[in-house]
Design a protein around this ligand. Structure first.
Ligand code: ZN
Length: 166
């Protein structure tokens, strides 16, 4: 039995199966994703924009899915943005990034970054109080200290709530 964050006790005997799997491999990120990851290591969110339709892409890709032309224009966006949608995760889940079972609850959101109004970045929010969460709230990326950054999306710890004058 496991207890979820909402207090419900559930039979977990069918939730998990154990599969020993030990694989070590390298995956070529490619120029576009590499540029995005290098930006994160520098505390920047870099995205690209289609020269034909103006569409932004997070994470960056090499070809616009709409126009089929090479994406080229790089720009730094954020670190502030606006919450477009959010979700509070209450069921324990396996997180390959840890790796292991993830503590719950935690909040994830689609965030429209300043400078890229047509796309969202999916990341965690610091705020977990449902009464304080709302669509349209302003947030800001909080990066790990520079020496701890690895060039991964997890270099952004979470997005914290910010209050701005109206
Ligand atoms: Zn395009």
């Amino acid at each position: 039995m496991i207890e979820r964050a909402d207090g419900l006790r559930v039979d977990d005997s069918y939730y998990y199966i154990t599969i020993p799997l030990h694989l070590e491999y390298k995956w070529a990120q490619g120029h576009y994703f590499e540029t995005f990851l290098k930006g994160l290591k520098q505390g920047k969110i870099l995205i690209n924009q289609c020269p034909s339709c103006g569409r932004h892409q997070i994470p960056p890709i090499n070809v616009c899915g709409r126009c089929h032309v090479e994406m080229g224009e790089w720009k730094e966006v954020g670190p502030r943005g606006t919450v477009f949608a959010f979700n509070i995760v209450v069921d324990p889940v396996y997180d390959s990034g840890i790796p292991g079972m993830r503590e719950v609850p935690y909040t994830v959101a689609h965030i429209i970054l300043d400078g890229a109004p047509d796309v969202t970045i999916y990341h965690e929010l610091e705020e977990q109080d449902l009464s304080k969460l709302k669509v349209g709230m302003r947030v800001e990326a909080v990066f790990k200290p520079e020496k701890e950054r690895e060039g991964l999306l997890s270099d952004i710890i979470y997005f914290r709530t910010v209050t701005e004058p109206e």
